[in-house]
Design a protein around this ligand. Structure first.
Ligand code: KIV
Length: 279
């Protein structure tokens, strides 16, 4: 049986050269399945805005929404480390806001760590949250909360200057106390340089194979999300197609009176089995 994964376990995994497998989750039953399948880190990501709540991007996601889903995930008592995303505007306006909201994710949501997007500018925020005894995961590169700043979902760090900027950001986040950093949508060579330059684990998404671990959005990798997906997503299944087949089989059987059969029906004691069809 695996032991509870903590922040220390994740750091040790990097030191041992053992890759870290992370995945998003937003509900109780999925978390139980994920947790039984060897995942080390579960993220209640603000991607829930898009894959669960139907928003166009992650910007409208609120603290209440993250807390609501984090509670459901925490009720599964995952062995994996439970990280909650800090939604847009829960940490940008002030350090005080940031600490209070990080605290809510732990106290009300049951998160064990928080993740926030941004580089050097967020050093005081990271320091203050860590001071409050809450472990922090950084997030650099194509950070979706900066969508409008970037002018779209564009790979970051492609030129020398922005690559240097991200390298310096990663060092600053490590110094500020982050215990891991998500690297999203950056060239694999830069992700490799960053991973070499810092001693904390890097968790890549669209950042190539040279990170300490990888994370994907569960709906994307299971093939539930039918939107066009970025090239970094590998679909491990086509569950969306299988769900549609199962649901259309069910609808057809109901309409044809073939479901429920007697094996799915209760029998009154002492009464003859009688099937009335078509009412
Ligand atoms: O919100 C999210 O799911 C994320 C991951 C994609 C890293 O931030």
């Amino acid at each position: 049986m695996r032991n509870k994964t903590t922040k220390a376990t994740i750091i040790e995994m990097r030191s041992r050269g053992e890759k870290i497998a992370a995945l998003t989750s937003y509900d109780y039953l999925s978390t139980r399945m994920i947790d039984e399948s060897g995942i080390d880190m579960i993220l209640v990501g603000d991607s829930l805005g898009m894959v669960v709540l139907g928003y166009e991007n992650t910007l409208p996601v609120t603290m209440e929404e993250i807390i609501h889903h984090c509670k459901a995930v925490a009720r599964a008592h995952p062995r994996a480390l439970l990280v909650a995303d800090m939604p847009f505007m829960s940490y940008q306006a002030s350090v005080e806001d940031a600490v209070r909201n990080a605290g809510r994710l732990v106290k009300e949501g049951g998160a064990e760590c928080v993740k926030l997007e941004g580089g050097r500018r967020y050093v005081p925020v990271v320091e203050a949250i860590v001071q409050a005894s809450i472990p922090v995961v950084g997030h650099l590169g194509l950070t979706p909360q900066s969508l409008h700043q970037f002018g779209g979902y564009r790979v970051q760090g492609k030129d020398g200057e922005s690559a240097e900027g991200l390298l310096n950001d990663s060092k600053a986040l490590e110094r500020a106390g982050c215990f891991a950093i998500v690297l999203e949508g950056i060239p694999w060579q830069l992700a490799g340089r960053i991973t070499e330059a810092i001693s904390i684990p890097t968790i890549g998404i669209g950042a190539g194979p040279n990170c300490s671990g990888q994370i994907l959005v569960i709906h994307d990798m299971l093939g539930i999300n039918e939107m066009p997906l970025p090239r970094y997503v590998k679909k491990y299944d086509e569950i969306g197609l299988r769900i549609k087949k199962a649901v259309s089989d069910y609808a057809r059987e109901v309409k044809e009176g073939r479901f429920p059969g007697m094996e799915h029906s209760y029998d009154a004691l002492g009464q003859k089995k009688d099937r009335t069809v078509g009412k």
